[in-house]
Design a protein around this ligand. Structure first.
Ligand SMILES: [Zn+2]
Length: 154
């Protein structure tokens, strides 16, 4: 079930492929010992719209903690660069995801600060996804605007 989610301010739509959410749900922190996980989101930009089709997942080079995920500086970017080249420079880095040990997650102060840096550094909308134990939180950042788009297929 693929439902487009509108986000402000442009009336743009966000599409997240169900396979992406399925793949990330494997990292939900169901066990008390399960560490946080995260990676980057990749996909396509069509006009103002964003279509998420792929995500990187943690590798042994990332530091996974119960309350924190520290991404290896270059591994995920290398994957994104490779996909970008393989796709004839059409597939792009479109956002970030990580897990929270909460049923219905909400962003932390650290999340907001991190996302703001990313959104301000980009001229395009950036997708931010938190994978919780029973639901996900999703937002789209564009410069200083962060729009929550949770609901529908989340
Ligand atoms: Zn977080």
């Amino acid at each position: 079930m693929l439902k487009p989610l509108p986000f402000r301010p442009s009336g743009a739509m966000l599409l997240v492929e169900p396979q992406v959410l399925e793949r990330l749900s494997a990292f939900r922190q169901m066990e008390t010992s399960a560490p946080e996980a995260g990676g980057i989101l990749m996909g396509y930009r069509r006009g103002p719209h964003t279509h998420v089709t792929e995500a990187t997942v943690p590798t042994s080079r990332d530091a996974q903690r119960r309350f924190g995920f520290f991404r290896h500086a270059t591994h995920h970017q290398r994957v994104a660069l490779r996909r970008w080249k393989e796709s004839g420079e059409t597939m792009d880095y479109v956002g970030e995801w990580h897990t929270h040990p909460e049923d219905d997650p909400s962003p932390s102060g650290v999340d907001f600060r991190h996302w703001r840096e990313i959104a301000q550094a980009s001229t395009r909308p950036m997708v931010f996804l938190i994978v919780g134990r029973s639901s996900n939180w999703c937002g789209v950042g564009l410069k200083n605007n962060l729009t929550c788009v949770s609901g529908a297929n989340f």
